[in-house]
Design a protein around this ligand. Structure first.
Ligand code: PEP
Length: 254
């Protein structure tokens, strides 16, 4: 059985003090929650303080990062290595988020290298894939996602996929827009992704990989999205900045 993962992507919000306040509030609201993994991905500048706050309170909330550079160390001004993240206790690293692909211009090759680097450091990439509105309207959503999966995972073995990967389907037109994919549309793409995994790595591997949905997830739509058979949790942007909303999403089972 796949344990659902609800991960909050705080993006470029919250300085290190605000981040600690937010995670403490969230930790209180999540007390007693079972059967769901919860992770937060603060900005790099807050990772260390959030890590300490989580450790001090013995919180089950897991730490995630929003990005990484695929080299162990070196002359890469402004970048952060997998080892640096691992040293802080980071478990999940978002790679290939559409904001990095579209705004910063990250290409598939770099996304693939980042995913590998995270895996090789013993952490788990949350690999984001998804189509633009134009691609969806032209009937190219599936081919776009297939291409992103092929580009990112060509070097991965079945074992690596089953134990070291989370995929997040995030239609770009639903991110930060308030426009959510219907549960049926999200299920259709997540089911395609699981089928793609099954073709390459076999049914058993495919059934172990968690495939999240992301795009304007809120307390009032989280339950119906995550009730779908191939939606194993959520990657949450805006609503993860409000402890009450994010906790309600994590408590999607009621
Ligand atoms: C995201 O950035 O991954 C995201 C899903 O954002 P939002 O929930 O704000 O749409």
């Amino acid at each position: 059985m796949r344990t659902p993962l609800v991960a909050g992507n705080w993006k470029m919000h919250k300085d290190h003090r605000e981040a600690v306040e937010l995670v403490r509030e969230l930790d209180g609201l999540l007390a007693g929650l079972e059967g769901v993994e919860v992770a937060v991905c603060p900005p790099f500048t807050a990772l260390s303080d959030v890590a300490r706050a989580l450790e001090d309170s013995g919180s089950p909330i897991l730490l995630g990062a929003q990005d990484v550079y695929p080299a162990p160390e070196g002359a890469f001004t402004g970048e952060i290595s997998p080892r640096m993240l691992r040293a802080l206790g980071v478990r999940y690293v978002i790679v290939g988020h559409s904001e990095r692909r579209e705004i910063i211009g990250e290409k598939d090759e770099l996304v693939a290298a980042k995913a590998r680097a995270v895996l090789e450091e013993g952490m788990v990439p949350i690999l984001c894939v998804g189509e633009t509105l134009e691609e969806r309207e032209e009937g190219k959503a599936v081919s776009k996602v297939r291409h992103q999966l092929e580009a990112a995972l060509s070097a991965w073995t079945g074992d690596e996929v089953s134990t070291g990967l989370v995929i997040a389907y995030e239609p770009i037109w639903a991110i930060g827009t308030g426009r959510t994919a219907t549960p049926e549309d999200a299920q259709e793409m997540n089911s395609f992704i699981r089928g793609w995994l099954a073709e390459r790595y076999g049914q058993e591997v495919a059934s172990e990989v968690r495939i999240l949905y992301g795009g304007s997830v809120k307390p009032d739509n989280a339950g119906e999205l995550m009730a779908m058979p191939d939606i194993d949790g959520a990657l949450v942007g805006g609503a993860s900045l409000k402890a009450g909303d994010f906790a309600a999403i994590a408590r999607f089972r009621g």
